[in-house]
Structures are given as structure tokens and as C-alpha cells.
Design a protein around this ligand. Structure first.
Ligand code: EPU
Length: 336
């Protein structure tokens, strides 16, 4: 059913109340194809869980919500299970399904908001793991010709919160399913400091994917605002990469600056939350929006804020980080 001029408030975790000219959800490939026919010469915006979007204006044309469901074990070999999920499956439901069945590899990605189909789009990551580490392939429908194409990990050109679908192929394909490759022999990743501390706090002596998932859930709940209570889209900015020289220069001045190595590069990734906090923004509030008090990387809507106001706040933050540290922050959230 196509609805006209409806509010997108229930469909974005930032809780922005803007309207879509047309809105429809699809739960089968046939429905999707029909909607693409109906919306042929109009602008199309595809959404899943709406958890990585900041809407700044009313949307012209169609907003199409992906509700393709289903989780299925499609194959297994000596070392791996291959699990296929509809793009509209809630990501954390997929994670919990894998944990219940002892399919290892995505336990560190527990509780990330959003849908399975959005996971490869920005190569979601947390606590030392990225989607690409457990990715097998995905199916995507070509918006123009309606054909379904398979993309393996290499085709997706994954990077830090990046893939080909955010860049070269932006708007050209709709991801319809993803297939993960999950291990029968778990390799536990607890090197990310906070996980070890949390496991100790939980009195865990024997590691399991169940325990790691619970530790990650506890950490996320303690730091990140629940979008059901305070509107937000997780990290608003990416952690910026700087050259080794710039890092050493900064470290001299700010010995506590948190930095991470980047595989196959001498560049360092700097914690953007720290940079923003140093500029005095942590807990900043302007009317009904601001910067989260427990994690400065997260911008929040206390209710009724406009997307354009939150966007303006992000501009001010970028400017002040640039002035203080000479680092240009990049937004992680999609601005529409
Ligand atoms: N920090 C501060 N002040 C802050 C926030 C962080 O000093 O206000 C410092 C922390 O003390 C720590 C460092 O910055 O030393 C890193 O903080 P944290 O572990 O919270 O992680 P992050 O780098 O801020 C990234 C991801 C998160 C992911 C966590 C855990 C990005 C853009 N964000 O945040 O992902 O959950 O690591 O792996 O890479 C998301 O993408 O939406 C997201 C929440």
C-alpha cells in the first residue's frame, strides 16, 4: 500500500518528524519490483531500520522501507555455517539467532541498531570486529533493470564504515539479502579494553560467544543512549585517520590522545569522541538537541528537534575540532 504525505517519525531512530511524499514498505521481491515500477520517474529513498540517517528536509518522491524477512542456514562445510538473512531482518535478531545456534563471528556486533541489509552498506563495526570479517556474499536488485546480482566481499569494496554501495554504486542497487560465514571454531576477540573489564565484572572465567555478546550488550547499554528513549543514530562522526607524523605531533601536546593502529598503514585512527570532548562539547545541550553526556561521538534529539538544527550543530563541532586539532571530522550518519 502506498501512503501519501506521511510522517517519517516512526521510521528513524533520530526521531525527526519530517514527511515523505510517498511511503511504502515491501516484504517480497515482487512487491519491491511493483513499487519500483510505480515510482519509476520519481526520486527513491530506501530505508531499513532508519538508524543511521539524519533527515534534514521533507522527502520528495518515494521512501521505500525494506521489510524482506527470513533467516536460513543455507549451507555448511567443515569449518563454517552459511546463514542467509533477508535485508529487512533486524540485525540484532540475526546476531541472537547465531548466538543461540553457536554460529560464531558476529557476537561483538551485538545490539547494533538497524537491519541486516544496512550492515554491509557501511560495513558496521564494533569492539574489534567489522561485518566484512564474517561476510560471505549479498544479493542486490538493480534499480534500473530489476535483475538480482550477487556481490562477494571483494566486490563490496569494504572499508572503515564504507562500501561500494555508499560510493560508486550509491542509489543503483537495493540490497535484498546477506549471507554470513560463521565459524564452527570460535576465535574470541576481547582485545578491545572495555570487553575484558566487563567480563571480569561479570565474573566470567570461561569465554563463549554468549558471554562476549552479553558483555558487549552491557557496555553498549551503559554508554550509548537507547533510541527508544533519546533519539540518536549512534556515532555521528567517523574516527578520523591521521598520518604518523601528525599523530606524533599531537601526542607530544596531548599525551593521553587515544589512537589505534590501522592494518597495513602507518596512519593512526584517533578517537573522535575524545577530540569532541576536548573541545568542550560533551553533554552540550541547545534546547531539544545536543551531544550525549556519556559519549561525545553521539548527537542526540531530546524530542522535537529539527534535523537541520542537528546538522548545524555537527558543522560547529567539525569547525571547532578543525581549529583545535587541525583534523577534519567526517560524518558517519547519512544526511538526507
Ligand atoms: N572517548 C572520550 N570521550 C568520549 C567518547 C570516547 O574520551 O566522549 C574515548 C574513550 O575513552 C576511548 C576512545 O575514545 O578511549 C574510544 O571510545 P569508544 O570505545 O566508546 O569507541 P569509539 O571509537 O568512540 C567506535 C565506533 C562505535 C563502536 C565503538 C566500539 C566509530 C565511528 N564508532 O566508537 O560504533 O560501538 O567504537 O567498538 O567507529 C557506530 O558506528 O554507530 C558506533 C556506535
Amino acid at each position: 500500500m502506498i501512503q501519501k504525505n506521511i510522517s517519517l517519525l516512526p521510521y528513524n531512530t533520530f526521531g525527526i518528524d519530517i514527511s515523505a511524499e510517498y511511503f511504502a514498505a515491501f516484504s517480497s521481491i515482487d512487491e519491491l519490483k511493483n513499487l519500483l515500477e510505480e515510482s519509476k520517474h520519481k526520486n527513491k529513498t530506501i530505508i531499513g531500520g532508519g538508524s543511521n540517517i539524519l533527515f534534514t528536509k521533507n522527502i520528495e518522491g518515494f521512501v521505500l522501507k525494506n521489510e524482506l524477512k527470513g533467516i536460513e542456514l543455507i549451507n555448511e562445510d567443515e569449518n563454517f555455517f552459511y546463514v542467509k538473512a533477508g535485508a529487512g531482518v533486524v540485525w540484532n535478531d540475526l546476531v541472537q539467532y547465531c548466538i543461540r545456534n553457536n554460529y560464531a563471528g558476529i557476537e561483538n556486533l551485538s545490539l547494533i541498531p538497524g537491519c541486516a541489509g544496512a550492515a554491509p552498506m557501511q560495513n558496521i563495526g564494533a569492539y574489534g570486529i567489522e561485518l566484512k570479517d564474517a561476510f560471505h556474499e549479498l544479493e542486490a536488485l538493480h534499480v534500473e533493470d530489476g535483475n538480482i546480482q550477487i556481490f562477494n566481499a571483494k566486490d563490496c569494496e569494504f572499508g572503515y564504515r564504507e562500501s561500494i554501495f555508499k560510493r560508486k554504486l550509491k542509489g543503483r542497487y537495493i540490497i535484498t539479502s546477506i549471507t554470513l560465514r560463521l565459524s564452527k571454531n570460535p576465535e574470541y576477540h576481547i582485545e578491545y579494553g572495555a570487553i575484558k573489564q566487563e567480563l571480569d565484572k561479570m565474573n566470567i572465567s570461561e569465554l563463549s560467544i554468549q558471554n562476549i555478546s552479553q558483555a558487549v550488550i552491557n557496555i553498549r547499554r551503559s554508554k550509548l543512549p537507547d533510541p527508544k528513549i533519546i533519539g540518536n543514530a549512534g556515532s555521528f562522526f567517523k574516527n578520523p585517520a591521521v598520518s604518523e607524523a601528525q599523530y606524533l605531533f599531537l601526542k607530544e601536546k596531548y599525551p593521553l590522545i587515544p589512537a589505534y593502529n590501522i592494518a597495513e598503514s602507518s596512519d593512526k585512527k584517533i578517537a573522535a569522541g575524545w577530540l569532541i570532548e576536548q573541545c568542550g562539547w560533551k553533554g552540550y545541550r541547545e534546547g531539544n538537541f545536543g551531544v550525549h553526556a556519556l559519549q561525545a561521538l553521539v548527537l542526540v534529539n531530546y524530542g522535537g528537534a529539527k534535523g537541520s538544527d542537528i546538522y548545524s550543530l555537527s558543522e560547529k563541532i567539525i569547525k571547532s575540532v578543525k581549529e583545535k586539532f587541525n583534523i577534519e571530522l567526517e560524518r558517519e550518519v547519512n544526511i538526507i
